[in-house]
Design a protein around this ligand. Structure first.
Ligand code: FUC
Length: 344
């Protein structure tokens, strides 16, 4: 295992940790952004499997949220407001009248304190950030920590923790866009995806949950068996169409499973397996990727990457029956997501 710390301009630091199979992960203290995940394909060629910019500056204020820690609440909060214990809180309206990914100055824009670590069979970095009461409109002083750990089983483990001194909504995730082709040679169209989920959250035309959980049965959302993405992304299904041609939906994960999602790219032979103790994930297929910044390796294309945003559901703030985002004062929020990279 190895870890390297580099200081860039603007107080930026990168942490690059690698294992004995040549897999490496690079993260920035700004936004805790994962800028690269380099993994071998079936012939042993090591290439990057997440969307990256050519210049570090482009990760700042990034409308695509490449690789970033998202908080306090990942996803969309209807009308940018909620009530907790009878008290109403107003958030930034940064997505029409709604609030997206923590508002204007969400966790992805913050400079996180970083402590790199290394053991015999793991290396990584702990990012911590203290968010004051009413930052972005959210109640409670929060101390959040996000730990990236790479081990010798080609696993990237993300541990999230947070404590608050006020009952408050929180659900943290990571916004990496995966593309297993290696250095983004192809879109995700020929990736195959499996998600162990029986139900997904119906959206309205503003991508706000309607309050209904739909059965995946007999729909393009049935990913219980691995399916190639291309035909699904072009399906005439109303939910796919309103998300601008693709998935941008919360899937409830079946709890009794050790692999909650699997992504495969036949051509490179790379496989990504996801395991989590979060109750669901947003499967987003890069339908709205905003161009303008220079990508590393590649040119802009719709569907160039896919996100597996493990999280609770912000719909729980307005509807019953959804995985709750509420954290009680003094309790510890703890979640984990493991990304395992393999080859066929
Ligand atoms: C995802 C999506 C959104 C948005 C954003 C950049 O999380 O849910 O629709 O486009 O990323």
């Amino acid at each position: 295992m190895n870890i390297k710390e580099d200081h860039l301009s603007n107080d930026f630091k990168t942490f690059t940790f690698s294992n004995s199979h040549g897999m490496s992960v690079q993260a920035l203290n700004q936004g805790g952004i994962i800028t690269e995940i380099n993994v071998p394909d079936q012939t042993g060629t090591i290439e990057n499997v997440v969307l990256s910019y050519q210049d570090y500056e482009d990760y700042i204020e990034d409308p695509n949220y490449f690789g970033a820690i998202i908080g306090r609440v990942a996803g969309r909060i209807e009308a940018a407001s909620f009530q907790i214990n009878g008290e109403e809180f107003q958030l930034d309206q940064n997505d029409g009248v709604n609030s997206l990914h923590g508002g204007n100055r969400g966790f992805h824009t913050k400079k996180w304190d970083a402590s790199p670590f290394q053991t015999e069979d793991s290396a990584g970095v702990v990012f911590t950030y203290r968010s004051p009461h009413l930052e972005g409109g959210y109640p409670g002083n929060i101390t959040a920590a996000v730990t990236y750990t790479l081990n010798n089983n080609n696993q990237l483990i993300i541990d999230y923790s947070a404590v608050s001194d006020h009952d408050t909504p929180i659900t943290l995730t990571n916004h990496s866009y995966f593309n297993l082709s290696g250095n983004m040679q192809r879109t995700i169209g020929n990736h195959e995806v499996q998600i162990n989920s029986d139900g997904f959250v119906e959206l309205d035309e503003n991508l706000i949950p309607t309050g209904k959980i739909l059965d995946v049965g007999n729909t393009v959302f049935d990913l219980r068996k691995s399916a190639p993405l291309e035909p699904l992304l072009h399906s005439s299904d109303k939910q796919i169409q309103l998300a601008n041609g693709g998935f941008d939906h919360y899937f409830l994960l079946n709890p009794n499973s050790n692999k909650h999602a699997v992504v495969k790219d036949e051509e490179s032979g790379r496989i990504l397996e996801l395991q989590t103790n979060q109750q669901g994930l947003v499967f987003y297929t890069g339908n709205n990727l905003t161009d303008g910044r220079k990508l590393a390796h590649s040119q802009w294309k719709k569907h160039l990457g896919l996100c597996l945003e493990t999280q609770a559901s912000p719909a729980s703030l307005h509807h019953d029956g959804f995985p709750s985002v509420c954290l009680k004062a003094g309790e510890t929020y703890e979640r984990q997501t493991i990304f395992t990279f393999k080859t066929m």
